[in-house]
Design a protein around this ligand. Sequence first.
Ligand code: C2E
Ligand code: MG
Ligand code: MG
Length: 571
Amino acid sequence: MGEGDNKINENRCLLELLGNRQSLFENILENVNTGIIISKEGIIEWTNSAFNKITGYKYEELIGKDFKKFFLNEDDEKIEKDIFKNLLCNNAWMDGKWSKRKNGEVYLAATKFLAMEDKESESISGLILIDDITSEEYYEDKIETLTFIDPITGSYNKKYILKRLDMELTNAKKNNSSLAAIYIDLDDFHKINNHLGYTIGDKVLKLISKKLDNSVDNKGIVSRFGNDEFLILIPNYDEDENTRIIEDITSNFSTPLIINGYEIHVSMCIGVSTFPSDGTDTESLVRKSNIANKKAKSLGKNNIEFYSQIRTEDEKEEFILENYLRHALIRKEIFLHYQPIINSQTNKLVGVEALLRWKHPMLGMIPPNKFIPISENNGLINPIGEWVLYEACAQNKKWQDDGYEPIFISVNVSVKQLECDDFIDTISKVLDETGLSPRYLELEITENVSGYDTTNGISTLKKLKDMGVGLSIDDFGRGYSSLSQLKKLSVSKIKIDKSFIDDIGNNLDNDILVSSIITMANSLKLKVVAEGVENYRQLGFLKKKNCDMFQGYLFSKPLPPEELVKFMDFY
Ligand code: C2E
Ligand code: MG
Ligand code: MG
């Protein structure tokens, strides 16, 4: 069939659709720059030339296809809901959608959808108008707005809520009004993901965000702030209103969610901070709602805590440290120690773990377990973490340049760092500038892998693996992840948590557990490191079970670089 025949077919189709005013409509529809689709029950029945031009598809390639397929990342349910809403309101639905041309190029389509219900055939027909607005500066704002939506829940994302919080704070200062930030973290969400899968996990998040929306009514703005975290902003905060909203949130979750036939119980911890009493800028309000949330969590599931009520001695100490920590990097108070990792077969040094140290001029040595969580809460983990990566890679390269046998360097990375959009760029930059080959760098992430189980997290880990950087799971055994799940996350090594190694020889259940972790890891081709090996009894047991590597005081404590070279000479 030639081009002409196609056109005749198109016209015939159009004729049927538009009756005897065909020539008038045809002329209009064919000569506009707007792409037009006519659909029935979501299936494309006709398109004009402009649409073919925008998408690069021929007319016959489009007919009979589901029109939703021509939008990227768009979930069917959402489009259908929009269309349905449009039918109810008798109003056109308009939105900007990222779409893909036939050649793979992505473009931004301003999309208008007019739904018509055909009572006779009980079907829904649609007229869809599409403009390619990718290059129009005018739409830059609109494009930015699109980046404010969380694709999983459809609610606002972190970027948006932070911007909005800035704006509302300016207003509140002008009008002398108050404002509340409500930080919500779901209890045991990773269990839902682990047991029921991510698809259901995503549905749960979506439902939760809807329920939160209902609870705040139009008094606040709900956003998905992180994995299983939501931040709600209540402008014009009034104590009674706020209490009612929080009560509504908790009572809304007293009944289980029903998804795909599963009854899912959801509970959450809530932390609240308010302007002006707890803080006057976005960063401190969010951080304090997060501290209140952490405090609530420390008391168990399903708790609420107000920041204003938790100023205990511990927290005061935290504030003091936090202030000092801000200067620690500039004042060169932080440095790295390196702890040897030994191969069980050869007894040779094969790697080191870089461990961060902070020596405050007055307070003395402050353990990482104390200051790292603080740095994670206030965002300082990013500059600190980047410094650690540089320092560790540069040091490892220096040892190689000095003629030592190459070893890997293992660097602890917090989830907060992985969540950063530019994390991959940071790693490439560090490797590039220090000249260290990626195969001598390994990143240790803690076992709570539910944090990486998002599409983003998986793709970050995959990219790292593709770059040739090793990935290992720290403190394995403390969380809930299964080994096969780790395998999916591009991980190649696990480090059995010190608490299990401590118990070797004291507790039969523990010994069985350690040995089955090693056997299972071996069968999945995951390497195993035992952490915190302190005595020969533990070493003997681990050797017998074919554990691949050891790390612990039995071999060496973490050492400053100049002492580590002595160890290198010896091993
Ligand atoms: P981790 O990564 O599990 O590090 C192992 C910890 O166990 C280190 O404590 C190490 O000194 C200690 N250790 C090793 N062998 C033995 C042993 O035989 N006996 C005993 N009792 N302890 C042993 P450290 O250096 O205090 O670090 C604590 C945690 O702080 C680390 O746990 C890691 O989670 C975190 N951390 C340290 N440096 C960094 C860093 O640069 N970035 C991030 N994000 N976290 C870090
Ligand atoms: Mg570690
Ligand atoms: Mg560890």
